[in-house]
Design a binder for this molecule. Sequence first.
Ligand SMILES: [Fe+2]
Length: 300
Amino acid sequence: MEITVLSDNFGVEITKFDCSENIELNDVKTLKDLIQSKHFICFKNQNLDGNSLANFTKNFGNLEAYPEKDKTKGKIEIFNVSNVSENGEHLSPDDQRVILQKNNSRWHTDSSYRYFPASFSILYGQETLPNKAIGGQTEFSNMLIAYEHLPEDKKELLEPLHQVHSYNDIRRLEPGLPELTYEEKSNFPPVTHPVIRVHPDRNYKKSLYFTSNTSLEIGGMSLEEGKKLHSWLVDYISQEKFCYKHYWEKNDLIMWDNRVLLHRVIPYDYAKYRRAMIRGTVEGAEPVLGPFSNQIRMRL
Ligand SMILES: [Fe+2]
């Protein structure tokens, strides 16, 4: 494999490596080290389907299943991040599957609505936008660097705060989506996560951890103040100095660390362009730890 660094902040590109083959253990170790240190990997020129993507994803942990059992077709562990149906039909922008894609244009980390959110996501571009099109890129923001650059008074303000992450609240932001079933809601009750996250596997470094796709508020203060702080955070982490934008080429496979990066799709003309991707997701193995979590307080 050949590895090229993509930006000063994070990210590498890998060529001459086939993710559809069984990966040797020493290569798995190299990839795990790279995702830990660089947070984002783009594998060029891949040729995958749902099964081979699932097999590749399993190198990094257990596959996470999609929360809405009855509303997807095919493999429940492979999400269609797409405005194209299973049968290849270009879906209308009003289709509920496309509305769900629009919610991906808000900054988020995947499955933050889970008690143990996903660690890695692995997304394969089957159909991508032409170069001349506006939008369609996936943008990432590095929360370790964003935290480092926070003014001290903001670090102090944010330290004890939590955000509520609720899968059902996606319906509040996107009212065009169908209601969840009682079972789906019960399987994914709201959860709170600390806004400042501590990483035991990175020498207890701290990072920001919040999203805009499940709620737009921060707890521990009035509703109004929480909304204002959330909106400040969105503007703050959107600064170019923390971000890297992936310009898709067909057959790119990208992998990122949800514990460190937020991401969003840059909106595009959903009626004009087809964008078809499939995603494998690696289950998280632990809760999001904050400065006041017992596991952190006992160790520090
Ligand atoms: Fe996502």
